[in-house]
Design a protein around this ligand. Sequence first.
Ligand SMILES: Cc1ncc(COP(=O)(O)O)c(C=O)c1O
Ligand SMILES: N[C@@H](CCOP(=O)(O)O)C(=O)O
Length: 536
Amino acid sequence: MASSCSLFHSSLSSKSKSKFPLPRHQNNTKFNRPPPTVISCTSSSTYDRCPSTTSSNSNSPSPLKSGRLADENIRDEARRHRSIANNTFSAKYVPFNAGPDSTESYSLDEIVYRSLSGGLLDVQHDIEALKKFDGAYWRELFDSRVGKTTWPYGSGVWSKKEWVLPEIDPDDIVSAFEGNSNLFWAERYGKQFLGMNDLWVKHCGISHTGSFKDLGMTVLVSQVNRLRKLKRPVVGVGCASTGDTSAALSAYCAAAGIPSIVFLPANKISIAQLIQPIANGAFVLSIDTDFDGCMKLIREVTSELPIYLANSLNSLRLEGQKTAAIEILQQFDWEVPDWVIVPGGNLGNIYAFYKGFKMCQELGLIDREPRLVCSQAANANPLYLCYKSGWIQFKAVKANTTFASAIQIGDPVSIDRAVYALKNSNGIVEEATEEELMDAMAQADSTGMFICPHTGVALSALIKLRNSGVIAAGDRTVVVSTAHGLKFSQSKVDYHSKKIPDMACRFANPPVQVKADFGSVMDVLKKYLGNKTPNH
Ligand SMILES: Cc1ncc(COP(=O)(O)O)c(C=O)c1O
Ligand SMILES: N[C@@H](CCOP(=O)(O)O)C(=O)O
């Protein structure tokens, strides 16, 4: 790992005076509002109908059985169905958690990441317009789009387009049909280790680039695609990353032909994660610092250069990530789970889940929200410490090395969002030691999963809350799995070869070395089978 990273190591040149226009609040550049966009919708079928119109396009040529004309692709088909209606729904940036008197707001076509006071922003939807349709309507609409190839609704994110980026033209959308991930019934793990029969793992990491970041990145890169068509000054898109954001950014940018720039902490991400942006043609900087150092640098750089910021500081990302919450409800046929447990690092995702559930409640799709749990590695636990102080005091920490390397973050940018989400969902914060998270991962794997260490952090929280009786045996509980285990196979190799200092690796399952002769193989097999009974 060290040698591969250093191969790509380079140092950043010092700041230069920029000739480029800067984002709002960084140089006060004013961008023009674009002309109003025409909503992209159709009335030709349930799953792609437009809530605001009922007339079909009677001049459309008659489609083939598939719904598409002979020489059409799915984008062309979507374009043909589009009706000329004014926007029904809209969204804008507002200061996060602004008081009722605040009038500050920005078009999503502006390049702005912070409010005037320097605080976070949030994407605010026109809830009154969405409320013109009842909960049953939205449930039916979203359900009707699942499992189709209709552009762009085949994506689990864009199947909720009206709640995500209502005004974007489907032609501008960059999607890999992400989302719609497996909600896995952890039958054996739940029964064997926790005495639970209603435990579920939402596999957000079994996705295009192997993590939940795809959900947010399709939204961000689609908006960038639109901004570039509107001739906004966006030359490339950049992020700091512990390995998953960079993978998603580079893949979606590569699909759209947009340059991507990623800042990675040297020697702190897995080889599988490092090679993703390299293979996707990103400009990769391996920087001799940690994630928090990279984050500071990308913020400085994006205020100097026309590079659009792709980290979750940018609230657009969370609009995509929130759809995982809606998907969970959908998968339970709109029944609300009791608990949802999410591993936390930069802390955008816990708020995204909160926001997804909240919107469903506000718009009448559900009548209550689940309780949220955010779990951190004990080696990088600023939120946990803040929670333990009774939410009185937040202090950034120096994040120590953890097998859950993607959450090795000491100064999370979305701390305010996370505190808000947890306070408003009667939430809990837990932490997991290295041994706890690795044991939890190994136990889950032994029941047929292949999870990442971050999911091990979430499972450790569940174990603690079950043991203390906070989560009851019968509670319907969802653990959010955030990345694919294959990205972190080295951690599993270390564990199963029992080579981790000061760790018992109690559930290690190392291979047995055996001579290449029949007798030796029979001996070891008889010994192995000796203590097994049929069906066990
Ligand atoms: C695999 C994985 N799990 C969990 C997280 C935590 O998500 P968040 O930063 O939104 O808290 C991240 C990134 O930080 C991640 O890459
Ligand atoms: N785990 C993340 C860290 C950055 O989080 P972001 O959501 O703010 O982009 C990563 O993979 O880079």
